[in-house]
Design a protein around this ligand. Sequence first.
Ligand SMILES: NC(=O)c1ccc[n+]([C@@H]2O[C@H](COP(=O)([O-])OP(=O)(O)OC[C@H]3O[C@@H](n4cnc5c(N)ncnc54)[C@H](OP(=O)(O)O)[C@@H]3O)[C@@H](O)[C@H]2O)c1
Length: 454
Amino acid sequence: MTAAESATGAGRDLDVVVLGATGLTGRLVARHLHERSRATGARWAVAGRDPDRLAAVLDELGAPDVPSLVVDLRDGPALERVARRTRVVLDLAGPYSTTADAVVAACVRGGASYVDLSGEIPAVARTVRTWHGPARRAGVRVVQVSGYEALPADLAVLLACRRAEEADAVGGPASAQAADGPGAEGPFGDGPGAAGPVVAVAVTSTARPPRRRLGLSDAVSGGTLQSLVEVLADEDARVAGDPAALVPDARAARRVRRRSPLALRPRVMHGRVLGPVVPAAFIDPPVLHRTAALLAAERGVPHSPAALAEGVDMGAVRGPAGALSLLAAAASSGLQAGVLALTRLPGPVRRRLAAALGRTLPGSGSGPRGDVLEGWTWSVRAEALTRSGARGTALLEGTGHPGYRATARMVAEVGLLLARTVEDPPRTGHLTPALAVGLVGLPELAHAGLVLRA
Ligand SMILES: NC(=O)c1ccc[n+]([C@@H]2O[C@H](COP(=O)([O-])OP(=O)(O)OC[C@H]3O[C@@H](n4cnc5c(N)ncnc54)[C@H](OP(=O)(O)O)[C@@H]3O)[C@@H](O)[C@H]2O)c1
């Protein structure tokens, strides 16, 4: 398969394959592709190991004509046959730490783009090391961490940085945010001529659930909990807390760690209490720093990392609820710091603990369903500051359960975008979600309920 054949998708009878379509998130992705199929005309298929369960998914959707591909993640040649038929494989068959490598390999060999929802950073770091070069040579895009973690924050930061750089270029410290929107993009989604470097980035998110009592299974799925277990069992578990985990250049990675260490503590900004991003504050930062590193490489300049501060708005610091907000932020910080501390335990202890947790925690198929998936509103706001004091901001708003309904729609739209953008695919290799979508692709995410508000 030549790079040109990968880029044009020549000779393929499918645009998007949903691998793991029988899982909780996979079924939601399949639903979204089905609902969008008339508008997009996309040729899509479900794939998984159990033909009866695949048939049940299509039955439930009322989509009997959608092709169903039977394939097991442990069967490399069969995975490659799937990859050769399609432009994009959406891999929803997590946990990914021990399974994604075979699917990425099949995609690189078969010339299909690969997209997943992994938040398992140690394994993502290995994928970067192993597959970035081969994927570039094959003209293939490998895009991981492409759900609520870390796509909205990654895109919001990309846009805020571009606006800050433009403001810096035209007017220095006092200049206003650039007026033009993402529609004014060049083909790379970030325009040439970036000015002074961005030195600080703040990301604040909010999430409003529907008015009803939510249990653990309404918040996270068994698949996500098992992914956390996989991180704990991983031979490189320590990498989980490294903000530079996905920055391969060792000197640049040291600068990231120095300038932007991971800080798990409550903060107060503009009168609001900020707690750590949930379920894990250590997933987004490596992705955001990789975006900056890849952009610097494209521009041929050294990567000068920004100090990144990310947090979830937990309420006003003043008033009777202020103390409670601070307490909740402190509890969430303590819990996450505790989880990270576990990744530093000796290997045999970690693996025994992971095995015990794997047996105890909910497993495959459990998680939020029905009306708990709707009625959510959420937002991600990024603010970037250049050395000379110019600012840029970007505000994205989303609807639907962020981790599942919205994530499923987002990853499906990323798949549709990658299947379509074949004329001018300048970026290949292991990309971040923001660089795969580009600011040109951002408006398309409105179909996923993710809208640029400001
Ligand atoms: N980053 C984010 O924002 C985000 C959000 C949501 C989910 N996620 C991640 O997405 C992943 C999936 O979560 P989930 O809750 O949807 O999981 P799930 O319900 O357990 O689904 C897992 C899927 O993988 C399939 N699978 C497992 N082993 C297989 C094999 N050997 N061959 C073929 N298929 C196989 C399962 O097939 P069977 O039905 O045959 O068992 C099922 O379809 C998790 O890793 C989670 O962490 C990330």
